[in-house]
Design a binder for this molecule. Structure first.
Ligand code: SF4
Length: 417
């Protein structure tokens, strides 16, 4: 497969792109431009749907999970973020281990297979808090005769943890030695979290891989090279991860396409390493399981003056992600940010997963009433299954690693029929 990275205008028509996709060939950035600029949005969606069928047939996934935002206190102030609070601000919170234990207990009682936990970059919590959080979830589940997969800490948080554990060296060193020192600190953190029971990394914090966008909207956060290095280290340790793109703020469509291209190249690398492992030794490496396009919500952020993306742009971006990221198996229509009706539509435009029951979600509050009501975002399994069936697909419950789950009430197991 040839990767074409030229930015010269390319007159490919959608028909030519369709032929290329059917041949399994990789699309160039210029062809991505066509997918974004063609007025035939339904043609783009139809093509993405074709690819989605090739990967997954009539199956669409959901899971039973619970989100746990351990703290919204953050040292940074990203302009697109309405989640963070400063330590003494009204609404700031940090959960203790009793709270974590109780959330894990509720998750097990509800039959959840996963806890998804992320938070702000808390400036004062000690390093021990984080492995303790993972351990507390795992031990609570085990004591109840069950298990919970802990998917926790974005790449941004992992680097923050390396800093507070004082193992993050070479932060400002652009040489290969500086990078090696940074990766060593990242590995130190991930090894200890994995020992505590961490199962995988979520895909947050990627935003848009572009220095201009970074400096304008989330200065202070790690840049794309470090985000990708965190995932590289995780993959090398056998941990799977996801990837996001937060679009519809100060970036343009070409910058989104470059982001997608950087991700698929990182995935090429991960899959090549995984294939080499399977040929030989130990446990295979991890890779990116899913790409999750996330629309920007302006309300309450420092970019409130921007309109944010509208419905058709959300559909198109998801379809483009399916077509460009030809080596990432899953595309998630994260219903909580896309809304459930839109997630249904997205299942016909390239998505194969709508995520889960969630219960509480503090990161972005889709406006639908009071702020408090908006953080309680639970849907039932029956609602998720109905949404998938209405979209024309067979609902299949998955665990975090996309293995089929079979269950009897709140007792579950991976595999089986
Ligand atoms: S996006 Fe993350 S790092 Fe940035 S302010 Fe919000 S919580 Fe903090």
């Amino acid at each position: 497969m040839t990767l074409t990275l030229d930015s010269k205008p390319h007159a490919a028509s959608l028909a030519e792109i369709r032929a290329k996709v059917r041949d399994g060939a990789r699309l160039s950035l210029a062809e991505g431009d066509v997918l974004y600029s063609t007025p035939d949005i339904w043609g783009v969606c139809e093509l993405a749907n074709e690819v989605r069928w090739r990967w997954h047939g009539d199956v669409a996934y959901y899971n039973i999970n619970r989100h746990l935002n351990y703290s919204n206190v953050c040292a940074l102030s990203c302009k697109f973020c309405e989640f963070y609070r400063k330590r003494d601000e009204p609404g700031a919170y940090t959960r203790d281990m009793d709270y974590v234990r109780e959330e894990a207990r509720k998750a097990v009682e509800a039959g959840a297979t996963e806890i998804h936990s992320v938070g702000g970059l808390h400036p004062y919590l000690p390093w021990d808090y984080y492995p303790n959080l993972v351990r507390t979830i795992k031990e609570t589940a085990r004591a109840m005769g069950s298990d919970l997969h802990v998917k926790a800490f974005t790449a941004v948080e992992i680097v923050h943890l390396a800093r507070i554990a004082k193992v993050y060296k070479g932060a400002n060193d652009p040489t290969p030695e500086g990078r090696a020192a940074r990766m060593e600190g990242i590995r130190w953190v991930l090894e200890r979290l994995k020992e505590a029971g961490l199962g995988s990394l979520p895909g947050g914090g990627a935003e848009v891989f572009d220095d201009r966008v970074h400096d304008e909207a989330f200065k202070g956060k790690i840049r794309s090279d470090v985000w990708l290095d965190v995932h590289r280290v995780a993959h090398s340790m056998g941990l799977h991860s996801n990837a996001t793109i937060l679009y519809g703020h100060v970036e343009d469509r070409r910058e989104r396409l470059v982001h997608m291209d950087m991700l698929r190249r990182a995935q090429d690398e991960a899959l090549a390493g995984r294939a080499a492992d399977c040929d030989g030794a130990a446990a295979p490496r991890g890779s990116f399981q899913a790409i999750i396009p996330l629309p920007f919500f302006p309300d309450g952020s420092d970019l409130e003056h921007l309109p944010g993306p509208a419905g058709l742009e959300n559909l198109r971006t998801l379809a483009v992600a399916r077509l460009m990221l030809d080596n990432v198996p899953h595309v998630k229509a994260f219903w909580i940010m896309q809304t459930l009706p839109m997630a249904q539509l997205m299942l016909q435009c390239g998505a194969d997963d709508i995520d889960g029951t969630i219960v509480w979600y503090d990161i972005t509050k889709v406006p639908q009433g009071s702020a408090e009501a908006a953080t309680h975002q639970e849907v039932t399994v029956a609602t998720l299954q109905k949404a998938i069936r209405e979209a024309g697909f067979l609902p299949v419950e998955r665990d975090t690693l996309y293995r089929t789950v079979t269950r009897n009430g709140n007792r579950w197991q991976v595999g089986g029929t």
